[in-house]
Ligand binder design. Sequence first.
Ligand code: 5GP
Ligand code: MG
Ligand code: MG
Length: 181
Amino acid sequence: MVRTDYVIDEMISAKAIAARIEALSHLIKAEFSDTSKLVVVGLLRGSFVFIADLVRELDLPVEVDFLEASSYGDGMTSSREVRILKDLRGEISGRDVLVVEDIVDTGHTLARVSEYLGTRTPARLRTIALLDKPARREVDFKADWIGFEIPDEFVVGYGIDYAQRNRNLPFIGKVRFTGEG
Ligand code: 5GP
Ligand code: MG
Ligand code: MG
């Protein structure tokens, strides 16, 4: 059931996100300094704001592609079965690939997507997630780079939704139900 009785408490400011992305971009540039072309793969839809800001900090030869995996739907609980709903448009065999995700929660999505893309023999396959909830992990998966570790709270904003709303908030906020309405 989709609830409407909630307020959003800011957890990570737009300024803190920008500063963190700037710092991460240096690590990514160091890793891929020798690349002739980096394919940056955003996982739809939650990563669309993060990938937009991230690629603008990378002065590397970059291509952008997208992949959509099944996720939360409109609810707040994770599905353990991950399906590929929309595949990449481009080839990644022999290429350097950076997969960009919004949140690592149970770990099923990024673990499965990494395995799936790994079968196409990319030269290097790395993963980055803006947020990580280590307390929720169900599979042994660790992204190569993480923006922020957060507690087990349901968050929205900066591309991340609750029932398709709130993606356009410039900050990350925590959903707090009020029990009113
Ligand atoms: P995992 O497969 O790691 O359990 O789930 C990852 C996906 O669950 C994320 O890409 C995201 O779509 C969704 N997710 C996990 N935590 C949250 C959250 O706090 N808020 C929202 N809106 N989605 C979340
Ligand atoms: Mg997602
Ligand atoms: Mg979602």
